[in-house]
Design a protein. Structure first.
Ligand code: UDP
Length: 237
């Protein structure tokens, strides 16, 4: 069923399958930060991220949000719909952290009364510059209607995820979403995992995400395992 490699990114490899409408997304143990300038590997990272992503996609589907997720085909491999990726990183922000505190005079930890949706052009080559609907339309990346729909979906997903993770003892300062087109519809694609979200422990405020790697804050495999224990406790039974 799994056929040749289609594309290998920084943390996942995408394979063709017998069915052109479906791909396999393999979550690997490799990780990068700072536009690929910092590289490493962490044991079981791919496994924990795949399982966390699976659980979150299933939960979003139950809440009526369409995603590219179909099913798991192994511990680290996900069968997904082949979508046309829209080259925009959509970042809902609830608490200031990361790039927004470097680019604007906003202090880390500032709680946003209204979620802030940041859109970046997905291109390491260009350093992921800021994107908005006019630039997206000018570049032919998406239509005004699509951008409006993506924004609505991102706000809804943010509310759902914030509540879901809140119950599991996490704050969700920010996370990154990617969207794709399939069958005339916009769906959530890529992954939603420790690599693409900021998770702060509600009690201690400690980072439980890729910031561990970005800023050498501790043992990444152990931290991702702790996150997996809260989100997918069933895999430890
Ligand atoms: N993010 C991501 N991929 C990227 C850039 C950002 O998944 O290429 C996620 C990141 O993990 C964080 C959020 O998007 O949860 C916001 O990242 P930010 O813009 O603050 O960039 P950073 O501080 O990580 O450079």
């Amino acid at each position: 069923m799994k056929k040749e490699e289609l594309y290998s990114g920084k943390a996942k490899t995408i394979y063709k399958t017998d069915n052109p409408a479906e791909l396999i997304s393999e979550f690997r143990d490799s990780l990068t930060a700072f536009d690929g300038k910092k590289k490493s590997e962490a044991k079981n990272k791919g496994y924990f991220n795949a399982q966390i992503s699976k659980k979150i996609f299933e939960m979003l589907e139950e809440e009526g949000i369409p995603t590219h997720y179909i099913k798991m085909v192994s511990d680290t491999e996900m069968l997904v719909k082949a979508v046309e990726i829209i080259l925009i990183e959509v970042i809902p922000r609830n608490i200031a952290a990361g790039s927004i505190t470097r680019k604007y005079p906003i202090e880390e930890g500032t709680v946003f009364e209204n979620p802030v949706i940041v859109m970046d052009y997905k291109s390491d080559e260009h350093g992921d510059p800021m994107m908005n609907e006019d630039i997206a339309v000018a570049m032919g990346i998406a239509t005004y209607e699509e951008i409006a729909q993506i924004r609505e979906m991102a706000l809804k997903i943010n509310e759902i995820l914030k509540n879901y993770l809140g119950e599991k003892g996490f704050l969700l300062p920010d996370f990154k979403l990617e969207f794709g087109r399939v069958d005339g519809k916009i769906v959530v694609a890529d992954e939603i995992s420790c690599d693409t979200c900021r998770f702060w422990d509600k009690t201690t405020g400690a980072s439980m995400d890729k910031d561990i790697f970005r800023f050498d804050k501790g043992d990444l495999s152990k931290t991702y395992e702790e996150v997996a224990k809260r989100i997918v406790p069933e895999i430890f039974e």
